[in-house]
Ligand binder design. Sequence first.
Ligand code: ATP
Ligand code: MG
Length: 633
Amino acid sequence: MATCKDFHRRSIEQPDAFWGEQAKLIDWHQPFGKVLDYSRPPFARWFVGGETNLCYNAVDRHLKDRADQNALIFVSTETAQDRTYTFRELHAEVNRCAAVLRELGLGKGDRILIYMPMIPEAVFAMLACVRLGAIHSVVFGGFAAHSLASRIDDAKPKLMFTADAGMRGGKALLYKGIVDEAIGLSQHPPQHVVIVDRGIDTDLRRVDGRDLDYAQLREKHMSAQVPVQWLEASEPSYILYTSGTTGKPKGVQRDTGGYAVALAASMQHIYCGKPGETMFTTSDIGWVVGHSYIVYGPLIHGMASVMYEGLPVRPDPGIWWKIVADHKVTVMFSSPTAIRVLKKQDPAYLTKYGPSTLRHLFLAGEPLDEPTARWISEALGVQVIDHYWQTETGWALLSAMPGVEATPLKYGSPSFPAYGYNVKLLDEGSGKEIGANEKGVVAVVPPLPPGCMTTVWQQDERFVNTYFTSFGDQLIYTTFDWGIRDEDGYYFILGRTDDVINIAGHRLGTREIEEAVSDHPNIAEVAVVGIHDEIKGQVPMAFAIVKDASRVADAAGRRAMEKEVFDVVNKALGAVGRPARVHFVTQLPKTRSGKVLRRSIQAIAEGRDPGDLTTLDDAAGIEQIQAAVAAAS
Ligand code: ATP
Ligand code: MG
């Protein structure tokens, strides 16, 4: 068995041989002529001339060996509705959906915008699109009309696929109403809106000629067999907009063959899933994690995938672990944010529904602080693997690879560069490589490996200018994240390049300070931002959630708690990293994908306008920051 080091080295030094081998993990209609065409840097074309199809690989090819095994397991604690589809049943539904789309004139290259709650029809629609060679763009359900309209105008879909409503915490969210509003704001209204009517919105209104009912359309195509549209490997499969944590979302374009190979390889080398087993990814189909590991990854690999509509704490905080036990989940993927929510609950829930069948729990999306990593790992008794990636990369850039070699884990570290990624840590100013234990920008020498974004949708120039021009003349991809590599080669992500605080010339990542604050046993969660200071340039300001709220119930308690946090940070980082103030809140403003909106917190703390809040999950988070800042001034 190869070591991770050898495996990685081979992927960089002999990419043709390495990826040529990985390409055997998927089915090709037409073999590729060349593994990589890199004649137009930084644009990489993988598996040139090869023809394949994502839907075929995720569904059709399994009919031979596992038609009657589970493919999609839908669990909804919102509607108390569970539905399971075998690969045979999934195949039938996808064909029906594809027939509907075809009847409405959709075909290769057309865009379809999917704005759906977490219900199986959303997966059918995604798979039906790629079956036809149409390009889907899933927009996270629950984004406001304004955000949806800007994505409609960028993707210019011929058709939108939606539902009457979704449910969250027992409350109905009227998706169709938001679609109507967004179309009203848009410059490029779609010709048709197909609606899955769940019977939640009893006042559902339809626009004549434009709006169509999915159940009625489907009825006409019950035994449809829609041929697969074979695509050249680098033809687009989908567009997905980034989360918008740092600014205006970018339309990440993904290819077909490279993505299929990358996901198939990752299921084996990173996630260690076995065909026939079940994977549970707690994300949403509106995010890249949902695309790659609720839908395409597990299905391509012949695994069943759990699709969960509901909150992690309802009906009780053990619901995820109940799903794991009920469906014998072996691979689970979630986010540090979600684990921190559970950390505020009684840990007895983690084991209430029986011992875990999990081999690994993977986490990504935000820095995983050491206390949280240690807590969940010990409480569950399974390996918890932090891995780091972006919408842009489509799969992990830094990760342990237990399918290659069982390397020891270090809390707080997403381990090593994944195979295919030629990762460098560069000095922000000079662009030169830095040494062990020095802070640098995480960068990747192109070509980016298979599965990564191929361009910004219809904006090649923006792709190059945004991602490849940070280091002067060097054509090198920047992640816009700070990292550090220790003497053993383990990486640590310190935060985003625009999240660095410059305190009298000392540059500290927000994450370092957050980790230090989190060392206090009563801190459940914290966000640190740098705010302008006349003397020092910037000073850190902390907004913290405590576990035991009674301790900060009055001014004296808050002062005492703040003082304790100061002491803890003093010990960990020294006085330079000590926040000027620690404000206590019960909620932080987060994007819908669970990321802390530091740019808005910072703006409010500096008395500025919080900026674009369309990606904000819950207005209460922002209001709390405003109230805390107002109370302090
Ligand atoms: P935008 O690019 O629109 O500002 P975004 O960067 O939040 O939004 P995503 O692509 O969803 O959009 O998030 C990727 C980012 O999430 C990474 O660049 C990194 O900052 C953070 N991240 C992801 N995984 C990890 C991890 N394991 N550890 C630390 N940070 C992580
Ligand atoms: Mg980003």
